[in-house]
Design a protein around this ligand. Structure first.
Ligand SMILES: C[S@@+](CC[C@H](N)C(=O)[O-])C[C@H]1O[C@@H](n2cnc3c(N)ncnc32)[C@H](O)[C@@H]1O
Length: 253
């Protein structure tokens, strides 16, 4: 059966860096720490679900030949703009992580910021794992971070309002333990001249346990899978308690 379509980020893309880049730094620190032995040997990489391209540009800055890939046309456009504002060359590919192909096999693929949770059906993680395995060199690494079912219960609930100059984001979130899904209905209030426009967007996520992840990646041809709780990297964030968010490193056979 054909995999269901994902609603690509629109307003979330436009305001992603304003609202979310400031809280990305614990993930940057985690990546640096957990990949410190691997990164010096990495010659080529791809950031999957690259968002606005910040992580990919960071790899290119280290001299790594880098690709960036995202489903959302708006995210790809912003990532290309960000790449153009640097002196680096990072091809930005618009593709779905469930079916992507890269022009060459790479040493490292990353997929951060719970992008993997955005897959509409849990079983489609197998397609992602197969595509990642195909895109990696033998012995290559896949580094990713995801929300767990505990994370859904803990913080995909209630209403959160965030404000930046010219934009207000009201997120009403919920989850269903039975369906193992979480969602956020986002109302955007965007200033246009002297008036405010209201826009709507919905994000849905699924989650996996560590056992699910281990099973899928071993089946796809990965020989090692290490997992870390992200909480110690988010010490200043009271929302991020143990068990909610995990970091993984899988090595292809
Ligand atoms: C929460 S953002 C994370 C962006 C970036 N990785 C970061 O850490 O800042 C999730 C990203 O996943 C992308 N995405 C969602 N589903 C996707 C899919 N099936 N294939 C590729 N990208 C996808 C979205 O467009 C969005 O850019």
């Amino acid at each position: 059966m054909k995999a269901p379509a994902v609603r690509p980020y629109h307003w979330l893309a436009q305001y992603y860096d304003d609202f979310f880049l400031p809280i990305h730094s614990p993930l940057d620190a985690a990546r640096e720490r957990l990949l410190q032995r691997i990164l010096p040997g990495v010659k080529s990489a791809c950031d999957l679900a690259c968002g606005t391209g910040t992580t990919a540009i960071g790899f290119a800055r280290r001299g790594i030949r880098t690709y960036a890939l995202d489903l959302s046309p708006h995210m790809c456009k912003l990532a290309r703009q960000k790449v153009r504002s640097t002196r680096f060359r990072v091809p930005v590919l618009q593709a779905d992580m469930r079916s992507f192909k890269l022009p060459e096999r790479v040493d490292l693929i990353t997929c951060e910021g719970d992008a993997l949770n955005h897959i509409p059906r849990k079983q489609d993680l197998r397609s992602v794992a197969r595509c990642v395995a195909r895109a990696l060199q033998p012995g290559g690494y896949f580094f990713f971070s995801i929300n767990s079912p505990i994370g859904f219960r803990k913080y995909w609930t209630g209403t959160v309002c965030l404000e930046k100059p010219g934009a207000v984001m009201v997120m009403r979130s919920g989850h269903s333990a039975k369906a193992d899904k979480a969602w956020s209905d986002i109302d955007w209030f965007i200033r246009q001249g002297r008036s405010w426009q209201r826009r709507r967007e919905r994000v849905e996520e699924v989650s996996w346990t560590r056992d699910d992840i281990r099973h899928v990646f071993l089946m796809a041809g990965f020989e090692q899978l290490r997992a870390w709780d992200a909480a110690p990297f988010f010490k200043d964030n009271a929302m991020m308690s143990p068990g909610c968010y995990n970091l993984y490193l899988a090595r292809k056979s």
